[in-house]
Design a protein around this ligand. Structure first.
Ligand SMILES: C[S@@+](CC[C@H](N)C(=O)[O-])C[C@H]1O[C@@H](n2cnc3c(N)ncnc32)[C@H](O)[C@@H]1O
Length: 233
């Protein structure tokens, strides 16, 4: 990983998700009415979250899960309902506060540990499962793979990640970046072909014990994202 490009992009993302787009993001991830385009994004994201959850065990009693780039915490809540002990971390302290406020009253508040900071912080400890839903799509593919290798060092069973699939020339248009008015657009999304990502994961010495497994693409209106499961061989 190039530390410089990773840190530069991380800084842009922190500014974007903690300031520029924080209200729009909190609204998108709530039940509040949204326009037609954002509604397709919301539906696509619901489908993606359900896909990732379907790749996790139904009962997660005692398992530790890292929600890496948790945003407003929807996936953390579902994992906690299955009995997981969740660490929910995000660069944006504001989104983490929103996530904390949205914790349903019927869930024991100790089941999710909310933190703001970098998902790669070694102090977070070790996990059975790591999920990074749409939180690595803005990093260059080589940085994304290096992030996966760092997460793999601390993960026992599976890493679930989404990427922005590079398909046709349209790919770059159909991204969450289109959600917000031009001036508010997110840092660029870095589309990557599924084959390229699999090849990089397969050839990275730091991921030698790991293999890319099933995948599922979600394409709903303005939301296109693809889930990939990475597990020990
Ligand atoms: C598109 S949002 C998705 C949030 C959440 N996973 C979801 O699907 O609702 C991406 C999030 O990843 C976070 N993020 C990006 N890079 C991160 C990093 N290195 N460490 C922690 N969070 C990160 C951003 O702050 C942002 O809130």
């Amino acid at each position: 990983m190039s530390i410089a490009t990773y840190l530069e992009r991380r800084g842009e993302l922190e500014t974007y998700f903690d300031r520029t787009a924080v209200d729009a993001w909190a609204k998108l991830t709530s039940d509040a009415p949204v326009g037609r385009i954002r509604a397709t994004v919301r539906a696509g994201r619901d489908e993606m979250r359900n896909t990732l959850l379907s790749w996790l065990p139904q009962s997660m009693s005692g398992a530790r899960l890292l929600d890496a780039g948790c945003g407003t915490g929807a996936l953390s809540i579902e994992a906690a309902r299955r009995g997981a002990r969740v660490v929910a971390i995000d660069l944006s302290p504001t989104l983490v506060s929103v996530a904390r406020e949205r914790l349903p009253s019927d869930l024991d508040s100790s089941t999710i540990e909310f933190r703001s900071g970098d998902m790669l912080d070694p102090k977070l400890g070790r996990f059975d499962f790591v999920v990074a839903m749409d939180s690595l799509i803005h990093y260059r593919p080589d940085d994304m793979v290096r992030v996966l290798s760092r997460l793999a060092e601390r993960c026992l069973h599976s890493l679930l990640v989404t990427f922005a699939p590079r398909t046709t020339g349209l790919a770059a248009m159909h991204t969450v970046g289109r959600l917000f008015p031009r001036g508010d657009r997110a840092p660029a999304i870095e589309p990557v072909r599924e084959g390229t990502l699999r090849q990089r994961i397969g050839s990275d010495p730091a991921l030698a014990g790991w293999r890319a497994q099933r995948t599922h693409r979600v394409a709903r209106g303005f939301y296109i994202s693809q889930a990939l499961e990475v597990t020990p061989r």
